[in-house]
Design a protein around this ligand. Structure first.
Ligand code: SAM
Length: 273
């Protein structure tokens, strides 16, 4: 590892010279589960775009409001895809605070994110963390731990917050979403957000280049129309596809605030028919 010491939270086999989205995001949120290369990517991006700071915080706040919204609709089970390194206000904390029986399956491809999640969830009967690639929905939906905790005959929330830009066009993201949608009983909700190049195309394109020079797998920002198309099979609840900070804020945003600075778009949707 970069300090020269094998720290206890670094799972064996992790290449500490390659950045990971989970650890870059963790650094952006002030976390400590990241390496020098992750901090370098974030700091380079921060030099060219305010989105580096704003995006992660706005997405976390959106995720927490959206989980509460799902609970108000009667949902008590959550499948969090690309859940990240745990930080303040994780899905199970928000959900179980209101309903101790709420159940959560966290999924992330990143071994550091999953190892830290497992430590945090030790002793929590209602939540589990799986290390898996969400591009293989069947493996996740059929996983014995998923089946143990989630009842697919009842409504559930599927979360894809700040993660779908890690699906490239070659991954056929619409088909992946369709597979998860097919597993969602009536009354289920999708909680979704995605990096957009709609408002600041040059900055975001330079940001993409920084990320993609250091990440094992590339990321892809999309336009509003492209993100909206990914959500075609979902009826979006009010206010539709918007900046995370504008999705049902607890208090109105100050007039001088510019929510576009997150460079993200967010929505919550009900599967159509
Ligand atoms: N959803 C969390 C949030 O909003 O706070 C974390 C978002 S973080 C920017 C994106 C996460 O997606 C990272 O933890 C990354 O490891 C994960 N990820 C990227 N591609 C993935 C894949 N194919 N399968 C599972 N997780 C993936």
């Amino acid at each position: 590892m970069d300090s020269g010491f094998a720290e206890s939270w670094v799972p064996e086999g992790v290449d500490t010279t390659v950045a990971s989205p989970a650890r870059v995001y963790d650094y952006g949120l002030g976390g400590s589960h990241n390496f020098a290369v992750d901090r370098q990517v974030h700091d380079e991006f921060r030099r060219i775009s305010p989105a580096a700071e704003r995006s992660a915080w706005d997405n976390r706040a959106f995720l927490q409001r959206a989980v509460r919204f799902c609970q108000q609709q009667g949902i008590d089970q959550f499948l969090d895809l690309g859940s990240g390194v745990p930080t303040v206000g994780n899905v199970h904390e928000v959900a179980q605070q209101h309903d101790p029986a709420a159940r959560v399956v966290y999924v992330d491809i990143d071994p550091v994110a999953v190892a830290h999640s497992r430590r945090l969830l030790d002793g929590n009967e209602g939540a589990v963390a799986l290390q898996a690639d969400m591009r293989h929905p069947d493996a996740i939906l059929e996983h014995p731990e998923t089946r143990r905790l989630l009842d697919f005959d009842r409504p559930l929330a599927v979360l894809m917050v700040a993660m779908a830009h890690y699906l490239n066009d070659a991954d056929a993201p619409a088909a992946i979403l369709a597979r998860y949608r097919a597993a969602m009983a009536p009354g289920s909700l999708l909680v979704f957000s995605h990096i957009t190049n709609e408002d600041f195309p040059e900055e975001i394109s330079r940001g993409e280049a920084i990320f993609n020079a250091h990440l094992a797998e590339p990321m892809k920002a999309r336009t509003r129309a492209e993100i909206s198309a990914l959500l075609d099979d979902f009826e979006l609840v009010e206010p539709g596809l918007t900046y995370p900070a504008l999705w049902r804020p607890d208090t109105p945003l100050p007039a001088e605030d510019d929510p576009r600075l997150s460079a993200c778009l967010a929505a919550v949707g009900v599967p159509r028919g």
